[in-house]
Design a protein around this ligand. Structure first.
Ligand SMILES: Nc1ncnc2c1ncn2[C@@H]1O[C@H](COP(=O)(O)OP(=O)(O)OP(=O)(O)O)[C@@H](O)[C@H]1O
Length: 625
């Protein structure tokens, strides 16, 4: 069987990486970024298609970030007002001190302390609200992507057929987190700054006329233009760095997963070389980002420092033009202090916007990764919908007791012919073995039965599946969930109310010859998470999956070499028990011991041809085993 590892990019060394680079798509700060970004914002502000984003209903407050965002923005505005008054404190002190006004000084202390305390409180609250904002944004985006990814057939189709989407898991678990964190850092500045720019621009104009704001605007546009040139290449590097992060992490997950196999093969040295190579590739991208951020930082810092000189140039205009001729020295110093604060703050706001650009490059990189996954999921939805229209699987209640393959022709996704014009009826009690050489397409026939692969011709009639209980699939590698023994047996438990008593568990463990498991675990409800792999051998894991089937008593069981790791005696015992429970089995196997439980044999030749043996034999349920 093929596994999902194929969807991951090969690990390249740095030279190969650079050659590879020219073929990669280009990610930058462009229209595609804006479209993807607005799509993500739509999820945040209107995640469940609410009629009005500003709705105050409980549901709207839960599924939209609108009100949290409004509170955040209101607080930011209050903070800016407080900052303005705090900024005016020095100029008031100049006036009081130069006029030696003791009473005025004493009276001014209290409002001064109040302002400072208010500024500190607002800033801390803003930080807190920012944390809440990032948290909620992460939840909304992750839930949205998970809902679209973890649903019937989507995950399988994306992982198997969309090789261009590397590490979807990393995009959901990490890239969203980084996206929301970066968004939180820039959101206040980018939203508040334009409002403040208008206000401080007006204030500046009142003192200096048009010259002041004009100079500052020209300075801002020059700064933005220059820094945009430096952002562009960073967006791309961020995207590919994240890709390599995913590959590196995946390599380590595999090391943990296959620790025993690697130890048996003495493969540690080889694995170390591969891990180091992957790390080197990742660090090459990280280094590229660090390198490219240097000139960007230099531009931004230069614009920040130049800003303070510019603020004095601006206030110099009315002074040299003789606008304050009638003022004495103390009045003039207060005016200079107040107005240079206004000009400086205006420049600071613009510099902040320019500085945020380095974060914008990260944001654009994460946006590309999340947006690309969403687009691939759109494509997957279309593919699934088209498959259902073009190649419908009949799941009608009239066909209750029969699976039928009606004149089907099946190809693999890489267009390899699996079987041509296959006709076969599987009635209740017709146990069918599918045999053939490796790669002949035995598992692929099961994929067609599970509706994972469409047939290019013909129809598959499958009895309507009720809560995953009428047909049970047993893969060769048993799927052991991250949960307790009770949950293992109930899986896939589509109704949370389904219960299983301790007595039933004991009975099922006896049936699958795993009674000793009760002594190994603390309780049937203890979550052993990843430890199941060390608690149970592969053969025991396969037996545990049979316990599920014995609990659900399905009408059909489809087994893909599901007893390959079991001893012969247990294998026979489990097959006999399953058949005695009234389940019809369809098995892929190479073992004569298994094949003898089946009435019909579907033999594939690997070239698209097939034969069916034993069509007229007695149902095997009647054979004594
Ligand atoms: N996801 C996939 N994408 C493209 N081709 C695939 C995919 N999965 C399987 N194939 C191809 O389909 C063919 C049949 O594969 P399948 O797994 O059905 O063989 P099999 O008879 O079950 O093999 P084995 O006995 O080794 O388990 C193989 O040539 C394989 O390369």
């Amino acid at each position: 069987m093929r596994n999902s590892f194929s969807s991951h990019e090969p690990i390249l060394n740095s030279d190969e990486e650079l050659q590879h680079e020219s073929k990669k798509p280009d990610y930058s700060f462009d229209r595609v970024f804006l479209n993807r970004f607005f799509r993500l914002l739509k999820v945040l502000f209107n995640s469940k298609g609410l009629n009005k984003v500003w709705s105050t209903s409980k549901e709207a407050r839960k599924n939209s970030i609108f009100w949290l965002y409004m509170t955040f923005i209101s607080l930011s505005i209050i903070y800016q007002v407080v900052v303005y008054f705090v900024g005016m404190i020095p100029s008031s002190f100049y006036a009081i001190l130069t006029s030696k006004d003791v009473i005025g000084f004493r009276n001014y202390m209290l409002p001064c302390l109040f302002l400072v305390f208010s500024a500190a409180t607002c800033k801390s609250l803003l930080n807190f609200m920012g944390g809440l904002f990032a948290l909620k944004a992460r939840r909304l985006l992750t839930v949205h992507l998970q809902d679209r990814y973890i649903k019937p057939k989507s995950m399988y189709t994306l992982v198997m057929n969309h090789d261009q989407i590397d590490n979807p898991d990393q995009r959901i678990t990490q890239d969203i987190d980084k996206f929301t964190e970066t968004l939180r850092q820039i959101v206040t500045n980018l939203i508040i700054a334009p409002i403040m720019v208008v206000y401080y621009g007006y204030k500046c104009w009142a003192v200096t006329g048009f010259a002041g704001p004009l100079l500052i605007f020209a300075y801002f546009f020059l700064g933005s233009f220059v820094s945009k040139k430096f952002i562009q290449p960073i967006v791309n590097a961020v995207f590919f760095k994240e890709l390599q992060e995913g590959n590196f992490r995946y390599l380590h997950v595999r090391l943990r997963q296959y620790a025993e196999s690697i130890a048996f093969c003495d493969g540690e040295e080889e694995e170390k070389i591969r891990a180091t190579k992957s790390l080197e590739t990742l660090l090459t991208y990280q280094r590229t980002i660090v390198n490219k951020e240097l000139p960007l930082k230099m531009v931004n810092e230069s614009f920040s420092y130049l800003g303070s000189i510019l603020s004095y140039m601006i206030i110099a205009i009315p002074i040299f033009a003789g606008a304050f001729e009638d003022k004495d020295a103390s009045e003039l110093s207060a005016i200079i202090s107040a107005n240079s604060f206004v000009a400086m703050y205006l420049i600071y706001l613009f510099s902040t916007i320019i500085e945020e650009s380095s974060k914008l490059s990260n944001l654009a990189g994460y946006t590309a990764r999340i947006g690309e996954l969403l687009e691939a999921l759109d494509q997957v939805d279309d593919e699934i919908e088209n498959i259902e229209i073009d190649h419908p699987h009949n799941r009608d209640d009239n066909q209750t007791d029969m699976i039928e393959l009606e004149d089907i022709t099946l190809y693999s996704p890489r267009s390899k012919l699996i079987v041509k014009d296959l006709n076969m009826k599987i009635n209740q009690g017709d146990h069918v073995a599918i045999v053939g050489p490796n790669g002949s397409g035995k598992t692929s026939i099961l994929r067609a039965l599970a509706c994972l692969w469409p047939c290019s011709k013909g129809r598959v009639h499958v009895p309507k599946i009720k809560l995953g209980k009428d047909i049970v699939f047993f893969p060769q590698l048993p799927y052991i969930i991250d949960g307790s023994l009770r949950e293992q047996i109930l899986y896939p438990n589509t109704t949370p109310t389904t219960k299983i008593s301790d007595e039933e568990i004991v009975q099922l463990l006896e049936m699958v010859r795993l009674s000793h498991l009760s002594g190994l675990i603390e309780s049937y409800d203890t979550n052993y998470s990843q430890k199941w792999n060390t608690l149970l051998s592969p053969g025991e894991q396969q037996r545990l999956v049979f316990a599920r089937a014995f609990y659900w008593k399905p009408r059909f069981a489809i087994l893909d070499e599901a007893t390959s790791a079991m001893d012969k005696d247990t294998e026979s015992h489990l097959y006999k028990t399953l058949i005695d429970l009234g389940t019809t089995v369809i098995s892929v196997s190479h073992h004569p011991n298994v094949i003898e439980f089946h009435q019909k044999i579907l033999r594939l030749d690997g070239q698209g041809g097939y034969s069916i043996e034993g069509e007229d034999m007695m149902p095997t349920s009647l054979l004594a085993v």
